[in-house]
Design a protein around this ligand. Structure first.
Ligand code: PEP
Ligand code: MG
Length: 562
């Protein structure tokens, strides 16, 4: 039994499929002297194909979305044919009489260690580049297919070192029963995707990939954060019973989930859905919501890499969402790229404090205009609202509005959709009264608001005990936003994970929030919980919580609020 962090509830039993995304999959095989030449040819052929592939991706990226990614891919294509690199690998094949895969991974590893130790940031950056290229060559050696979560056998449990947002976006929930990962935290994007697909998930177990026997049956207990890598018959039986019970409970809750959410003392709460991809739309039938309170549009972008989703593909996705949610609204958040989301920062820099969210979009006007064009074209299909992520000052809202106005005029959109600001940076919460004069609505992103207020990386396991969104400091900031919204007549919603938590929902409702957006699987349980909650009592508890000094106190205060 290995203990990790539970990030998505439920129990699953299945066959372990181990994928190492971060490191290259490799195996050692002795090669007879007369076959060494053939092994070298295999390597060179694979490297050649990888180089061609990378160059092709680079050309496509250039056509679609500007130069940055294209330049990286082009540089990678050159590394794949670099004679010093390939020469070192062939030398290793001959010297150790081993297969190309092994020589490739060993040489890459050693080179990586040397580069990682280097003083200059540029050298360290090269380490990541070479690792990426080596993965492409390795994929060619194994027949051209890059290992991806899309092609897993049905009934598998994905065991991996980590799951990047790109790979998470490619996950096929019909094939995977659960996730168990070495890295990640409750609000890292793999965890969010796991919850939105309703997959049990446990993260933060170092060396998990080594520990799990490949293809063996394992149990992922997303309620307790446990991974059972060598289950006995008895434990398997017990888990299968729990799987069945869970299924029945969610069926029961779902039977009532169609009703609107109202607290025990009669306060109506809008419960909406957070979606990442249009493929999740069917989930809205199983988990009825009052529209989509957060569409994380960057997943459209990340999934399409290395090309761009372009105007038409985006427009189709937005229209699909708007039609599915009608007559309720759809809040599309503009690309929240940067941070942990797919765009690699320079080594040594802190991505969470870098060019992320609205900053990234304003720095890449062609990308931003393309997205806003798709949104303006789709706007007629329903009640669209546009939400700007990571806003930290009023000028960003103004600049974004200027671009939107220009795009709206160009596309002939007469009625401008409401433009809201995500409150997820303390400066935005502190200036909420000023922002409220120009923003049409607020949506509080508690995942990041907690990260930035508490200075705790939301994906770092070392500090995960400190990641407590119910901290009184976070509550005080939320209170400011609620007051500012109320004074200016601007709606205030919450779309962070805190809204799906019982104590969290009680605190938010107590603070005066009546609009919550959560991952679809959490909707039935949240509605059920709201129906037992007394809003007036929650308001009373808030006064005590705002006076608290520790998150633990607040958690205790709201723990038994219903
Ligand atoms: C948040 O920060 O709370 C949020 C909803 O956005 P994301 O999790 O995508 O950063
Ligand atoms: Mg956020």
């Amino acid at each position: 039994m290995l203990q990790g962090l539970s990030v998505s509830p439920g129990v699953a039993v299945g066959r372990a499929v181990i994928l190492r995304f971060g490191r290259m999959p490799s195996f050692r095989r002795p090669v007879a002297a007369e076959e060494l030449e053939r092994e070298e040819r295999r390597l060179r052929r694979a490297a050649g194909r990888a180089a061609e592939d990378l160059a092709r991706h680079s050309r496509e990226a250039k056509g679609d979305m500007g130069s940055e990614l294209a330049a990286i891919l082009e540089a990678h294509s050159l590394i794949a044919t670099d004679e010093t690199y390939l020469g070192a690998i062939t030398e290793r094949i001959r010297r150790e009489r081993v297969n190309a895969e092994w020589a490739l991974s060993e040489v890459t590893r050693e080179l990586g260690q040397r580069l990682a130790a280097a003083d200059s940031a540029a050298m360290r950056e090269r380490e990541a580049d070479i690792a990426d290229v080596a993965r492409e060559i390795a994929a060619q050696l194994s027949g051209g297919a890059r290992p991806g979560p899309g092609e897993l056998p049905r009934g598998s449990i994905l065991v991996a070192d980590e799951l990047s947002p790109v790979d998470a976006a490619r996950l096929d929930p019909r094939r995977v029963r659960a996730l168990a990962l070495e890295r990640g935290g409750p609000t890292s994007h793999a965890s969010i995707i796991a919850r939105s697909f309703g997959l049990p998930a446990v993260v933060g177990i170092p060396e998990l990939c080594e520990a799990v026997p490949p293809d063996g049956p394992i149990i992922v207990d997303g309620d307790r954060g446990l991974v059972d890598i060598a289950p006995t018959r008895q434990r398997l039986r017990r888990s299968l019973v729990r799987v069945r019970e869970d299924r029945e409970r969610s069926r029961r809750l779902r039977g009532r989930a169609g009703r609107a959410a109202v607290t025990a003392d009669g306060l109506a709460i809008a419960v909406r859905a957070n979606l990442e991809l249009p493929e999740e739309i069917p989930a809205l039938e199983r988990f009825p919501a009052e529209g989509i309170g957060l569409f994380r549009s960057e997943f459209l972008y990340l999934r399409a890499l290395p090309r761009s989703p372009g105007v038409e593909e985006q427009r189709a996705a937005y229209e699909q969402l708007l039609r599915a949610a009608a007559p309720h609204p759809v809040v599309v958040r503009t690309y929240d790229l940067g941070g942990e989301k797919g765009i690699a920062p320079a080594p040594g820099e802190n991505p969470a404090l870098g060019l992320r969210g609205i900053r990234y979009c304003l720095a890449h006007p062609e990308l931003f205009e393309e997205q806003l064009t798709a949104l303006c074209l789709a706007a007629r299909a329903g009640a669209l609202r546009i939400l700007l992520p990571m806003v930290s000052s009023l000028s960003e809202l103004r600049e974004a509005r200027t671009v939107l106005q220009r795009v709206a005029a160009r596309t002939g959109l007469a009625q401008m959709p409401p433009v809201g600001v995500m409150i997820e940076v303390p400066s935005a919460a502190l200036l909420a009264d000023r922002l409220a004069r120009e923003a049409d609505f607020f949506s509080i992103g508690t995942n990041d608001l907690a990260q930035y207020t508490l200075a705790v990386d939301r994906a770092n396991r070392d500090v995960s005990p400190l990641y407590r969104p119910l901290h009184p400091a976070v509550l005080r900031l939320i209170q400011l936003v609620v007051d500012a919204g109320r004074a200016a007549g601007r709606p205030v919603a919450v779309c962070g994970e805190l809204a799906a938590d019982h104590a969290g929902a009680a605190a938010l409702i107590g603070l005066g929030i009546t609009d919550l957006s959560v991952t679809p699987v959490a909707i039935p349980d949240l509605k059920d919980y709201i129906s037992t909650l007394d809003a007036a009592r929650a308001r009373g508890l808030v006064q005590r919580a705002l006076e608290a000094t520790e998150a633990a106190e607040v958690e205790r205060i709201f723990g038994g609020a219903a």
